[in-house]
Ligand binder design. Structure first.
Ligand code: FAD
Ligand code: NAI
Length: 471
């Protein structure tokens, strides 16, 4: 092994949690190293998650718009075709540009980046097994941040080959456009990836165990709207249906399903995507060596300051509690670095936005109607449809609505739920309103530019305590 390095902070994992924690720690004047065995930094999000999926979503949306939605706009296109090689390359370019950017940020902030696998030797020593086969590196760490992320949950009895039977990783790198795709799981991954391939002409069937789609947390009205719109876009849904098993048979995959009444049937498609959730990843980290605990779901156990049983070993992101979202991991990375340097840090878990990047987008922040009912909180509902919003009308893109839930007595905004174009951008304003404890009236009395989609949020706020103007 090479000479020991003495460091203030060693971060294991360079995903949105780890790389942000490392940069923040370095900015706070702490001598910091970050380790990732993937090679390129950026974790799941930049390499096989948020970024490549959004590249495919955006380009498939542009293609679909050109094919299906130009005539009424006075644009005549004779022949829109997919050049699949270039289509996938533009996704790779986005990924490489961003992972290269993280490498530059590491250099700029003087974070030592190790491409290799990190594991605990003891609670203050991390050994790095280098990817290039060079000597193992031993890092002595005053503080450790575990940010090892998550991996796709497997399905008992279904063997993944990442070619015909794929996880979210394989579906982002298919070799050709499949004629047919079955998706197990109508959660966010299933609906985003289903949208991509359906737009390119694939026959998509989503098999979902629950009676609704969108996964846990999506407001029921948003979920129903998503189902209606995605069906209209050509996606097929088999709800309340269980997958029992699946096998590859040459170039097709045979999938056994059973509906709520116990009727069994077989589906066939060229590709099967298993998207039934993600689970924390701690393999090879050596947690057992130092006795750091994980719970039944495999999440590394921590306290409210991200500390494991060792106060100097902290844990953030997908590998621990909370929603598995990049921006949640990032904010925890900053808070963890601040705890180390200053002894305090903060993430407001009541204001973490969720976005599903289909078209239209679905975005929400704060509590949904069911959560408010369960908590016995009385609320007003302010709703405004994009069909009455001037910009959405101008853009011929009017599906969806904004729904604002505000406390019946105080008018304080408790939750905002948006189905609509650019909902993911608009939810930022709603998050700021919640963070600062705004009343619906505060937002309604804030001057919004015209014509913009965000006027729909303003009008929904107006509707929550008074009457909207434009509907
Ligand atoms: P990760 O990003 O998983 O990073 C952990 C890193 O640690 C990995 O690179 C891994 O190689 C490394 N590692 C693990 N063990 C070791 C070890 N022992 N030694 C060295 N390195 C190790 N979230 C959003 O907010 N928005 C989205 O649009 C979005 N889209 C997604 C789309 C898909 C298809 C998927 C799969 C996920 C998506 N997510 C999205 C979720 C998001 O990717 C995760 O929430 C986020 O990446 C979690 O960040 P993290 O830093 O906790 O872990
Ligand atoms: P998910 O938890 O969102 O959805 C999984 C779905 O599969 C659920 O609806 C569940 O009922 C269903 N399911 C489970 N077992 C099943 C079975 N046997 N048969 C049929 N259906 C079954 O998980 P998903 O979509 O895999 O995504 C994982 C995580 O990745 C998300 O929870 C999210 O945190 C993150 N992500 C975030 C994105 C974003 O922010 N835009 C995009 C993609 C992923």
């Amino acid at each position: 092994a090479t000479a020991n390095q003495d460091l203030d902070v060693v971060v294991i994992g360079a995903g949105p949690g780890g790389y942000v924690a490392a940069i923040k720690a370095a900015q706070l004047g702490l001598k910091t190293a970050c380790i990732d065995k993937r090679g390129p930094p950026g974790g799941t999000c930049l390499n096989v998650g948020c970024i490549p999926s959004k590249a495919l979503l955006n380009n498939s949306h542009i293609y679909h718009t050109i094919k299906e939605d130009t005539k009424n706009r006075g644009i005549e296109v004779s022949d829109a075709k997919i050049n699949f090689g270039q289509f996938m390359k533009s996704k790779e370019d986005a990924v490489n540009g961003l992972t290269g950017g993280v490498r530059m940020l590491f250099k700029k902030n003087k974070v030592d980046y190790y491409e290799g696998s990190g594991s605990f030797v003891n609670e203050n020593t991390i050994e790095v097994d280098m990817n290039d086969g060079s000597d193992k590196v031993t890092l002595n760490a005053k503080n450790v941040i575990i940010a090892t992320g998550s991996e796709p949950t497997t399905f008992p009895g279904i063997e993944i080959d990442e070619e015909r039977i794929v996880t979210s990783t394989g579906i982002l790198s298919l070799k050709e456009i499949p004629k047919s795709l079955t998706i197990i799981g109508g959660g966010i991954i299933g609906l985003e990836m289903g949208s991509v391939w359906a737009r390119l002409g694939t026959k998509v069937t989503v098999v979902e165990f629950m009676p609704s789609i969108g996964g846990a947390g999506m407001d029921a009205e948003l979920s129903k709207t998503a189902l209606k719109i995605l069906k209209k876009q050509g996606m097929n849904f088999q709800l309340q249906t269980k997958v029992m098993g699946a096998k590859r048979d040459g170039d097709i995959v045979k999938i056994d399903v059973e509906d709520a009444k116990g009727n069994k049937s077989e589906l066939e498609s060229e590709v099967l995507l298993v998207a039934v959730g993600r689970r924390p990843y701690t393999e090879g980290l050596g947690l057992d060596k130092v006795g750091i605990e994980t719970d039944k779901k495999g999440r590394v156990v921590m306290d409210s300051e991200y500390r494991t049983k060792y106060p100097h070993v902290r844990v953030i992101g997908d590998v621990t509690f909370g929603p598995m979202l990049a921006h949640k991991a990032e904010d925890e990375g900053i808070a963890a670095a601040e705890y180390i340097k200053n002894g305090y840090g903060h993430v407001n878990y009541n204001v973490i936005p969720s976005v599903m990047y289909t078209h239209p987008e679905f975005a929400w922040v704060g509590q949904n109607e069911q959560e408010l009912k369960d908590a016995g909180i009385k609320y007003n509902v302010g709703k405004f449809s994009f069909a009455a919003n001037s910009r959405a009308k101008t853009n011929l893109d009017t599906e969806g609505f904004v729904k604002v839930l505000a406390d019946k007595e105080t008018d304080r905004i408790l939750g905002v739920h948006i189905a609509g174009p650019n909902a993911g951008e608009m939810i930022g304003e709603a998050g700021l309103a919640l963070e600062y404890g705004a009343a619906a009236e505060d937002v309604a009395r804030t001057c919004h530019a015209h014509p913009t989609l965000s006027e729909a949020l303003k009008e929904a706020c107006l509707a929550a305590f008074d009457k909207p103007i434009n509907s």
